[in-house]
Design a protein around this ligand. Structure first.
Ligand code: GAP
Length: 505
């Protein structure tokens, strides 16, 4: 990551902590790696992201209904879905630092490999014959490579290692070495990403259950229940928002890749011959959703998966990618899952999930188009995309230019000064807004400029200011976050005015 991009990420992480968007989980105990807690502003932002998704996928449509399935499911679900066998990442460890990598994240490197057949201790003459190799990219790296090898033997109780049997070999495009220190990596082994726990008091194989790694399976196993209860006809969809768990090998980049996260998934069941049309439809619909909520066009793109990238169940898949400070990365995947899941669960459970087609009088399995998004990733993308610093000197300000429906606080009510009845009037406006469920904030202390700056940094789209004129003619100013434009409205029309602005935003 370049310096600037790293800076931007660090600035956003710091802002998130300072303003109460996101905190490190269990911080007072030193934190728990890859786990994060949403604070008062963050929880509102993430709820608004989920609400925006639910509104566009469920509440505003006649063809999609929702469910909320449990996280723990029958273990056979994961056998049938292929997760028990296939939901693995190839894992390698550095023999020296023990740092763990996903084998497919390691870029091929060229250079000279220094092989050592072992080392003996210069003082005690004790020897070990475990071979070790280090990659050096240039001859200038040889000394560093030998130092790495000595550390390897020191860790194995050779205090003053004298390296034995050094041979060299030129290599091109090898992936067997740690990119950070050139040290040898273990062979890749497959690591299942599902978290396991036990149901009931006995901890054995028969009581093993898994924390779901995707919400999708809760939808597939309920397919017929939902279809029959809601009397849906294909094409129709089932949507779900909920937590998923993956024991990721390399979590990181703040909330981007974590081991506990929230997904927003929808399975759209279609006649098999219409799969490609619906795939195109959902690809465009989902891409446009991010634009509608303010992601800048230049920061988002669609990337089709190559055949060798496709998951075991997918006929086609496209990623919606966002230009994060750490590079273009997946926000959401839209996959054509064919009839794989319904057929697998029918075979495995012995209960057919096929639909009866009234026209052909035959049973059929619909195909599934799945837009699968991450609530935490989308929230992070909206945070990063809305972050802006503008102006110079005294005029400099940090603004989160959230789409108003995503903003955690919609309105701040501010008395210009702390006297002459202004705080009381501001409080009355604040109470009015709250009684209409408009998320608001009352801020009385500090200079008005500092209070505007605090709201800009929280992404609040509107500030209402009660000033001297309010006390004379009953009008207040509305200040717009993005333009800093101010205009007056009657104080008793504030709720109506804000409601209409939020509706039309
Ligand atoms: N049902 C299909 C499925 O789960 P996926 O691409 O593995 O597909 C869908 O996950 C979305 O879930 C991703 O695009 C991402 O937004 C989110 N996601 C997956 N793993 C994640 C993780 N470790 N941390 C945060 N979000 C994750």
């Amino acid at each position: 990551m370049s310096g600037n991009r790293q800076d931007k990420m660090a600035t956003i992480v710091a802002l998130c902590k300072r303003r109460g968007f996101i905190f490190q989980s269990s911080e007072i105990y030193g934190g728990l790696n890859s786990c994060w807690d949403y604070g008062p502003l963050g929880v509102e932002l993430k709820r608004n992201v989920k609400e925006a998704w639910w509104k566009s996928m469920v509440s505003s449509r006649r063809d999609i209904v929702g469910i909320d399935a449990s996280i723990l499911m029958h273990p056979k679900v994961w056998e049938a879905s292929g997760h028990l066998k296939g939901f693995t990442d190839p894992l390698v460890d550095c023999l020296l630092t023990k740092k763990r990598f996903r084998a497919d994240d390691i870029e091929p490197q060229s250079g000279t490999v220094l092989h050592f057949t072992g080392a003996k201790d210069r003082e005690s003459d004790a020897a070990i014959t475990e071979p070790y190799s280090v990659l050096a990219k240039t001859p200038a790296d040889f000394d560093k490579a030998r130092k790495t090898a000595r550390e390897f033997y020191q860790q194995r109780s050779i205090v003053k290692p004298e390296l034995l049997g050094e041979t060299t070999e030129e290599v091109e495009n090898t992936t067997g070495f740690n990119p950070e220190n050139g040290g040898k990596l273990t062979e890749a082994r497959n690591f299942n990403l599902m978290f396991r726990t036990f149901m009931g008091p006995v901890e054995d194989a028969s009581s093993t259950v898994y924390m779901r790694p995707e919400t999708a399976q809760g939808i597939f196993v309920n397919f017929l229940n939902v279809q029959q209860a809601s009397r849906m006809k294909i094409p129709f969809g089932i949507a779900q928002i909920g937590k998923s768990f993956r024991n990721e090998i390399t979590p990181g980049n703040f909330t981007y890749r974590t081991r506990e996260f929230e997904q927003m998934e929808m399975e759209y069941f279609v006649p098999p011959e219409e799969d490609e049309n619906w795939y195109e439809y959902w690809k465009n619909t989902r891409f446009n959703w991010y634009l509608e909520y303010g992601i800048k066009k230049e920061n988002i793109r669609l990337r089709d998966h190559e055949k060798n990238e496709l998951a075991h169940y997918a006929k086609a898949c496209v990623d919606v990618e966002y230009k994060f400070p750490f590079g273009w990365s997946e926000l959401e995947g839209i996959a054509n899952r064919t009839d794989f899941d319904l057929k697998q669960h029918s075979n495995s459970s012995g209960k057919s999930l096929a639909l009866f087609d009234e026209e052909t009088k035959e049973h059929m399995f619909p195909f599934v188009i799945e837009p699968a998004a991450g609530a935490d990733r989308a929230t992070l993308a909206f945070l990063i995309d809305s972050y802006d610093v503008e102006g110079e000197g005294k005029d400099k300000r940090t603004v989160l230019r959230f789409h108003p429906s995503l903003s955690p606080i919609k309105v701040a009510s501010l008395p210009l000064v702390k006297r002459d009845g202004m705080p009381e009037k501001a409080e009355k406006i604040y109470n009015d807004l709250l009684s209409h469920s408009i998320s608001s904030f009352l801020d009385i202390n500090l200079s008005i400029g500092r209070r505007y700056a605090r709201q800009d940094e929280a992404g609040t789209p509107y500030c209402i200011t009660v000033d001297g004129q309010t006390m004379e003619d009953g009008t207040v100013t509305i200040r717009e976050r993005d333009t800093r434009e101010q205009y007056r409205v009657a104080s008793d029309s504030v709720v109506e005015c804000i409601t209409s602005k939020l509706r039309n935003a």
